[in-house]
Design a protein around this ligand. Structure first.
Ligand code: SAM
Length: 228
């Protein structure tokens, strides 16, 4: 079992249901997350299951949290904003780049038909896979690799979410969107980025800015080129 997650098979000490409801009311609804299916998914998916037990009491805080290897589980509001931007109906095929803890993928799995997710760190991928299994989530396919080039085999996608920040928008990801498909991605410098929402219109891509944000770097052939 991964050293990052040694507690999965232990019985849950607390359900954290009340904290989750407060998170949904105060952090999501109060800031303009209105999609009822998105709010419901955040009530159903237990965020604490995606982090180490020593951090469980902070699981429903309004912040990112460490998941090892200098990576983070994103702030709940940002996960909700990115998810809502895809306007999911339940039928979609989604690609996520940057599995991390698996929390965003699990939310997407509830709201769409099939999720493909890519993580560059094998150890994080292994832990996330174990959490999906323990929660009985079966519509997520995970692979270890460079997500900046997408996952062409299963393209085109109705939605793509990139959960790490890129200096530019990877062309491979835009090209793997279906007609009308949406890509949400943080783009900018290493410490501050803009969260963009692209919508494919033929060979063109409408772009809207959702907010400023600060993500860990997207490292790969169409992202940043090294850990420094
Ligand atoms: N979605 C995650 C969650 O719900 O926990 C948050 C992920 S964290 C903010 C960003 C992740 O992107 C890290 O796990 C990092 O290793 C991963 N990453 C960075 N560059 C990548 C790449 N080129 N391909 C795949 N994953 C990448």
């Amino acid at each position: 079992m991964s050293s990052l997650f040694s507690n999965l098979n232990r019985p849950m000490k607390r359900s954290y249901k009340l904290q989750r409801e407060n998170m949904v009311d105060r952090q999501l609804k109060n800031r303009g997350i209105t999609d009822e299916s998105v709010l419901d998914a955040f009530n159903r998916i237990e965020r604490h299951r995606f982090i180490e037990e020593s951090l469980w009491d902070r699981a429903y805080n309004d912040s990112p949290l460490p998941i090892g290897l200098n990576q983070t589980i994103s702030q709940p509001y940002i996960v909700a904003l990115m998810t809502q931007a895809l306007e999911l109906t339940g039928e979609e095929k989604i690609l996520e780049v940057g599995t991390g803890s698996g929390y965003q993928a699990a939310i997407l799995a509830l709201l769409s038909s099939q999720v493909f997710t890519i993580e560059r760190h094998g150890e994080l991928a292994k832990t996330a896979r174990r959490v999906f299994e323990s929660l009985g989530i079966h519509n997520i396919a995970l692979r270890v690799g460079d997500g900046t080039i997408g996952w062409k085999e299963y393209s085109p996608y109705d939605g793509i979410i990139v959960t790490a920040a890129s200096p530019e928008t990877p062309k491979s990801l835009l090209n793997q969107l279906c007609e009308g498909g949406k890509l949400v991605i943080p783009v900018g410098g290493e410490s501050l980025q803009k969260l963009y929402l692209y919508t494919r219109r033929g060979d063109d891509f409408d772009r809207k800015t959702l907010c400023n944000c600060a993500f860990v770097p997207l490292i790969g052939s169409e992202g940043w080129n090294n850990d420094s």
